[in-house]
Design a protein around this ligand. Structure first.
Ligand code: ZN
Length: 92
């Protein structure tokens, strides 16, 4: 199959909803058997949710409900706290 030489895949930020190049966004992965976590490589298995760097830089975070919706599964408070912490660290 020939890949069309067009735009890279776009994803929506779960916090502000703006679309951006997938590579510009931070991925949160939710594997089937394991906690949801920040996925800096973008290669972890499972569903992914994305956040843009602008939201990270401004300290805005998506709420847990939106993340759960994007990942099609529940996110525990613990998972969310760990992700939020990783995002804050990664934004620096
Ligand atoms: Zn955003």
């Amino acid at each position: 199959m020939v890949k069309p030489d067009r735009q890279p895949p776009q994803r929506s930020c779960i916090a502000c909803g703006s679309k951006a190049d997938k590579r510009e966004l931070l991925r949160i992965a939710a594997p089937k058997d394991g906690p949801a976590h920040l996925d800096p490589t973008g290669k972890s298995p499972g569903r992914g949710a994305y956040m843009c760097r602008e939201c990270l830089a401004s300290g805005r975070t998506a709420d847990k409900g939106r993340l759960s919706y994007a990942l099609r599964r529940g996110v525990t408070d613990q998972e969310w706290a760990a992700i939020a912490q990783q995002m804050t660290a990664g934004a620096r």
